[in-house]
Ligand binder design. Structure first.
Ligand SMILES: [Zn+2]
Length: 408
């Protein structure tokens, strides 16, 4: 019997994790270690309905799982764990009202331990969140925190709720607590999220016309995490609007140093700055340094090509642009720049033929980005995913040039 128990313990932990979200599962494990007896599972375990129910869950046969677990719950009406799981299943199936009903009924039980109370509340908070009852979800998670001030999952969900409401200051306060705790996110990731929230506070301040607060928030964001690209962009824009063009360029240059793969975000700004400053060659140098550091960088080639074309150096521009095309044959913007350069060169037949030969396998697409977390696609780089609400998860999605796979 004892052996059997030991065998099933990890399974139960895993299932709880599955149902209540990995979050709760992990915390539950932690608490289990702290006091192993927060529920007496023995009687429920004696029921074959329980084991069958869990097996059906693993096999994703949810209806059968519910049936067996409900039977097990009848055998041992006190088994909190089973009811908790049943409620979570209802929630995950979208039956939020039933989930709330089950979890609220558990909350009415007279002899809940502090820990049990905390976890029922957490599940209830997740029910409310899932059902879109924002205020009640916030209340539930705050209540969890009154029982357990360092409850990672309550804090995490609270932060997400505040973010969804664009209550950035509240979201920051919660994330500041999370940064000090150990959880599924690495400390570096946690800090990076804090920086993005700080940047969002700056954006809001800017909208409200408070440029001083905006500038402070953007600076704070890059101090928290030097690779927070949008904060450099915004910091530069604020400085420029305040008449400090050199300071603006400095922020943008720093962005390139921390994230050269995102340098293209500041190309237009830097090109304008260096041109206005009477030193346009510094922009060309900037692009060349990026290309030297990363031979794949088609965006720096595109920027350099356009820059040269604008300066009337169309032949040089075309060379650079055809080079960009070799590294990204599907980028519509590269083709468009080449068409312009070819026109500027009077549609020289040999050059047009050179382009056509290189472009014949191209498939056009706009500028696609994809969320690494949930695979949401966007035609532009987004800092927070509109689908899974994660921060800084978008990468450029690029089809490999055909010759890379054939010749190399
Ligand atoms: Zn996403």
């Amino acid at each position: 019997m004892l052996d059997e128990l030991t065998t099933y313990l990890p399974l139960v932990a895993a299932l709880l994790a599955l149902l209540a979200g990995v979050a709760i599962g992990k915390a539950w494990e932690r608490y289990k270690l702290r006091d192993g007896r927060w529920i007496d599972r023995r009687r429920a375990r004696d029921s074959h309905h329980y084991v069958l129910g869990l097996s059906f869950l693993v096999a994703n046969q949810i209806d059968l799982a519910i049936e067996e677990l409900s039977q097990a719950a009848r055998v041992d009406a006190d088994a909190l764990e089973i009811h908790l799981i049943l409620g979570n299943i209802h929630r995950e199936r979208g039956q939020v009202a039933r989930a709330i009903q089950v979890h609220q009924a558990l909350l009415q039980r007279p002899k809940l331990t502090r820990l049990e109370h905390t976890y029922v509340l957490l599940c209830l908070g997740l029910d409310f969140k899932r059902g879109g009852f924002v205020d009640r979800a916030v209340e539930a998670f705050k209540e969890v925190l009154r029982f357990d001030a360092a409850n990672y999952y309550a804090l995490l969900n609270l932060q997400k709720l505040y973010e969804e409401q664009h209550q950035w200051v509240e979201a920051r306060r919660v994330r500041e607590q999370l940064v000090t705790l150990t959880g599924p996110e690495s400390p570096a990731r946690s800090q990076a999220i804090l920086a993005f929230i700080e940047n969002a506070i700056g954006v809001d301040a800017l909208k409200a016309g408070d440029t001083a607060l905006a500038a402070r928030s953007f600076s704070q964001a890059v101090d928290l995490e030097p690779s927070t690209s949008p904060a450099y962009l915004n910091l530069g824009d604020v400085r420029l609007a305040g008449g400090d063009a050199a300071g603006a360029a400095q922020a943008w240059e720093r962005m390139i140093e921390t994230r050269p793969d995102r340098a293209y975000l500041v190309f237009e700004r830097l090109e304008r700055f260096y041109t206005d400053a009477g030193t346009p060659e510094r922009f060309a140098e900037r692009c060349r340094r990026l290309i030297a550091a990363n031979a794949q960088d088609w965006r720096a080639r595109l920027a350099l090509g356009r820059h040269l074309a604008r300066a009337g150096r169309s032949a040089e521009a075309l060379d650079v642009l055809l080079d960009a095309l070799a590294h990204n044959p599907h980028g519509l913007s590269v083709h468009q720049a080449i068409w312009q350069a070819l026109l500027d060169l009077g549609l020289d037949r040999a050059l047009v033929e050179r382009y056509i030969a290189q472009a014949k396998d191209a498939v056009f697409y706009l500028d696609p980005h994809v969320c690494l977390n949930c695979h949401y696609r966007s035609t532009e780089l987004l800092w927070q995913c509109p689908h899974c609400h994660e921060w800084n998860t978008f990468v450029e999605e690029r089809l490999a040039p055909k010759k890379d796979s054939v010749e190399l």
